[in-house]
Design a protein around this ligand. Sequence first.
Ligand SMILES: Cc1ncc(COP(=O)(O)O)c(C=O)c1O
Length: 426
Amino acid sequence: MKPALSQFGVEMSRLSGVRAIMKDIIETLRAGAGQNFINLSAGNPVILPEVEQLWRDCTFDLLASPDYGDVVCRYGASQGYQPLVDAVVQDFNRRYGLRLTDRNVLITPGSQNLYFLAANAFGGYAANGDLRKIVLPLSPDYTGYGGVTLTPEALIAYKPELDIDEGSHRFKYRPDFSRLTINEHTGCVIFSRPCNPTGNVLTNDEVNKITTLAAAHDVPVLIDSAYAPPYPALNFTEMTPTFGENVLHCMSLSKAGLPGERIGIAIGDADIIGVLEAFQTNLCIHSPRYGQAIAARAIRSGALGEIAVNVIRPFYQQKIAVVEEALNQAMPSDLPWFLHRGEGAIFAWLWLNNLPVTDWEFYQQLKSVGVIVVPGSTFFPGLHDAWDHKQQCLRISLTGTDEELRTAMQRLAEVYVKTMKATQTR
Ligand SMILES: Cc1ncc(COP(=O)(O)O)c(C=O)c1O
């Protein structure tokens, strides 16, 4: 049967960004069963034994407590499970000297859901017909933003400035404030910090500039903190979360070991939270409560904050060091390759300047030597400018073993040199 789809139906039945690539990767792995692929495409965090144990302990505690029936056998408030909301309020007030109350917190079924609520509550067509833009101030950014709006023409991303260190083969994206436009036609602003895919951490100064531009027009700024402190604390460089009247601090517990439980947390102004809460009630009533109940325990006891800093962060920080060293050794110093500064998150981002083939073709060549990464062009949602750079990057997941990462970087370097030489001799 082929039911007729509405405009929204057409939009939402399309696989966007990395999900489309994942289909190809799953088919490749299936077709090559038995072939030993090094799969560095994953966005799934590694299951670390200490982290798994934490969630197991919290589950035991929940099972043994009189709260169990109330948690899983009852509907609850749309805003979230009250003990989790309270735990977040107390933890953030203590850590950051804030004066949050429970009206400042909303729990969603995963943070992807939160961006969907915000993108459609603040972005899209206003009652007067005005198109309110969803602004991504620094492209590339999280591929999932490409799928969150019911009004795709509302999504607009800005090309960055490139801060390049030729000698060390490193670079960093910076927002181009000469082009960034946030005005009365802006519905909301979204960026990830630390950034998936690049590992970039916008400086406090850059964040303040963006939030100040937005505040002048009462525009909410969603700071996607899926990798930020206090949990999972996947920042390898110093950073402090930013709060403010128009700032929504958006968290995810996925990289803190609970991707399957779907927990997103928004912290911000009570009016903004109220809008999103009502949207959530209409959409799905509330987030599942089992995950919220174990998260409340892990946050209240301080165990989550500690494991983030002592286990999760060092694990990935060591992995980025392995990738850096392997690339430094394997890649030729006379070719224009640049690794983005690894300031956080669980990925390395490699830019192969002047690459004579597209990132998609390069991805295929890497597959033929048993290595799977993600072609970078999927990480520029909303960026309509023609720009070669969009086809010159790769996202490498840090979820491999050290051995896998070294072997993969060695093979990548060989394919790269071969590709570059092939054009020189043409
Ligand atoms: C930057 C960023 N934001 C949001 C998400 C979505 O996370 P969640 O599992 O909370 O929906 C991800 C997932 O990888 C991410 O990398």
